[in-house]
Design a protein around this ligand. Structure first.
Ligand SMILES: Cc1cc2nc3c(=O)[nH]c(=O)nc-3n(C[C@H](O)[C@H](O)[C@H](O)COP(=O)(O)OP(=O)(O)OC[C@H]3O[C@@H](n4cnc5c(N)ncnc54)[C@H](O)[C@@H]3O)c2cc1C
Length: 288
């Protein structure tokens, strides 16, 4: 039971939502799978919740090679998984990650915009989106702006959104064929947040072989490790280079100990998992 008063609004247009969200203490919601948990625990006491999922303009999906994939913030994770085969075909690492969010029932409500808006370092959809150079279209009464996802997070649960701003859509460029893996370690196999999540994406695997890597649950914000990517670019995937790549990933992390794992375990896995993924996707053959 949530035992405090708050108003619930259900706007059907962006203009209406902008007005409602201009009130201090009003927050946007989508699936509310994060918000309700926090409200029940009294960690969040909004004066009003503004439910955006009935705004038609936020419920669209499109893909073409020129613009990439663009989808509205009200699209649920299950809709992305089940209704849009382009997600699995062109963004396989993102597809794998959203399939690992919660349970089927959770994904029926949960949105990627909510996962991003919640800004947890453990958000599973974020590391793959970072490797695909995703951007956000943010709208408000004042107009719109595009923010690179890598510049969106400012700390655990914190981001650059100002009062009244709404994530309108998620824009994911298409840079060619990609392969890769989202490796999620958690305490149990079923519904749990990650102890550590590693997204390794290889753009154009048979050509320029551009390796990108981003991690969840190892730093105050989701972390893309450009330094490791720069190191491995154009290099042979020898034992020495792959181990150095993983060492650079590891050194960029700053994990903490919490209920889901110790900082030592996370630090160790930040080295082990990049190598394991390279092996599992068949790019690194060294066996030992
Ligand atoms: C049982 C359970 C299991 C879960 N398992 C996982 C898991 O495995 N991995 C994982 O990453 N997460 C997990 N979660 C957390 C949660 O489901 C996800 O973070 C989900 O993607 C949140 O989406 P939502 O639409 O429900 O967001 P909401 O709860 O509606 O909103 C979350 C935050 O985003 C903001 N927000 C939402 N939409 C917008 C918008 N359009 N513009 C601006 N701000 C916005 C809200 O104000 C709020 O701060 C789990 C939650 C539950 C309850």
């Amino acid at each position: 039971m949530i035992a405090f008063d708050f108003a619930y609004h259900k706007p059907t247009s962006l203009q209406e939502a902008f007005e409602l969200l201009s009130e201090e203490g009003a927050i946007p919601i989508m699936g509310s799978t994060d918000v309700v948990v926090k409200m029940r625990a009294r960690r969040l006491r909004p004066k009003a919740v503004v439910d955006l999922k009935f705004i038609d303009e936020l419920k669209f999906f499109k893909f073409n090679p020129e613009e990439g994939m663009v989808f509205g913030s009200a699209v649920t994770m299950n809709e992305l998984i089940e209704d849009h085969p382009e997600v699995k075909e062109h963004y396989p690492v993102f597809y794998q990650a959203i399939k690992k969010v919660g349970a089927y029932q959770t994904r029926n409500r949960a949105t990627v915009a909510g996962n991003i808006g919640n800004s947890s370092p453990a958000a599973d959809s974020v590391p793959p989106l970072l490797t695909y150079n995703a951007k956000l279209k943010i709208v408000s009464k004042e107009g719109e702006r595009i923010v690179e996802l890598k510049d969106f997070f400012t700390g655990p649960g914190k981001n650059v959104l100002k009062q009244g701003e709404i994530i309108h859509s998620i824009i994911v460029p298409y840079e060619g064929k990609s392969i890769g893996m989202y490796y999620k370690l958690s305490r149990i196999k079923a519904v749990d947040l990650s102890t550590i999540g590693v997204a390794l994406t290889v753009i154009d695997p048979e050509g320029k072989r551009d390796i990108r890597i981003a991690l969840a649950s190892v730093a105050p914000t989701p972390l893309r490790v450009f330094e490791a990517e720069d190191f491995i670019r154009s290099k042979e995937l020898t034992k020495e280079n792959v181990e150095e790549f993983a060492k650079i990933v590891q050194k960029n992390t700053s994990p903490i100990t919490d209920a889901r794992g110790t900082k030592e375990y996370r630090y160790e896995m930040a080295y082990v998992l990049p190598i394991k993924i390279l092996r599992e996707i068949g790019l690194y053959k060294e066996v030992n």
